[in-house]
Design a protein around this ligand. Sequence first.
Ligand code: C2E
Ligand code: MG
Ligand code: MG
Ligand code: MG
Length: 284
Amino acid sequence: AAKGNGGGEHRFFAAEMEERAQARRALELDLRDALSRNEIEVFYQPLIDLKTGEITTCEALLRWHHPERGYISPAEFVPIAEETGLIISIGEWVLQRACQDAAKWPAGTKVAVNLSPVQFRDRSLGARVVSALAKSGLPAQCLDLEITERVLLEESESTLYTMEQLKVLGVRISLDDFGTGYSSLNYLRKYPFNKIKIDRSFIADLGRDQDAPSIVRAVAGLGNSLNMIVVAEGIETEEQLRQVKEEGCHEGQGYLFGRAMPFDAIMEKLQASPAQRANLVAVA
Ligand code: C2E
Ligand code: MG
Ligand code: MG
Ligand code: MG
């Protein structure tokens, strides 16, 4: 009887697996056409200077409005795009869109674009970045490229080559989700990052895990001594804001300041920002 039961469960499990694989293949097929059907959009989330309260940077975040399934999170479709190679064309599109949008923002406002390890492995990344900057007229120092430790894991000659190439162009490079991967200190020594973004899991732990403040403080200290800007991701409460300031973070990002929003909404926010207005007046 036990054997029969196990077999039944096994069949049930296999059917569920098959169903899941089918759903994934369907999503993969839809993703192939998502760009040409204008289902994919770029939203922007502000990063705030914790001293002045001003927006320094807006991070470009993908949004997919699936015709039947509604909104699908990038956490779900970016991995599929990476496995199928579709991330190359989607990533190229985001880069161009983001540069064009940022070229319309108040002078000096940066745009951050996330790069997948698949894009980073692509030998033509440097040329694609040059072309996006040239077409949009965005100054190189206003483009911030976010990579995760997954990119550095490969530790190849070409990773170092691409990093150097981007550095020469004058674009900024940020280390995203710091603390979730292997977080080798060696990476920080070896690669020329401008920013470290402390993963939001550490910020969420502030106030519920007594060691969390020491971790945030240590990373802020490290970033400071290496001349890197330290960003706290995922700030949701006033209490977290108070703590990340106290521990020495320079910039913050999170729902407390604003969620990712469409171009028109971020434009409005940027234009309302007093220091940016002062900047524009000074330039004019
Ligand atoms: P990420 O680059 O670490 O982006 C930050 C994520 O945290 C975003 O999720 C953002 O909406 C979310 N977030 C920001 N503040 C808060 C907060 O206070 N609380 C909470 N709970 N979440 C917050 P999103 O937009 O769903 O993107 C998820 C991930 O998908 C991104 O993580 C990034 O790894 C990837 N992704 C998004 N757009 C792109 C893209 O254009 N290219 C690539 N390669 N990956 C992308
Ligand atoms: Mg990011
Ligand atoms: Mg992140
Ligand atoms: Mg993330």
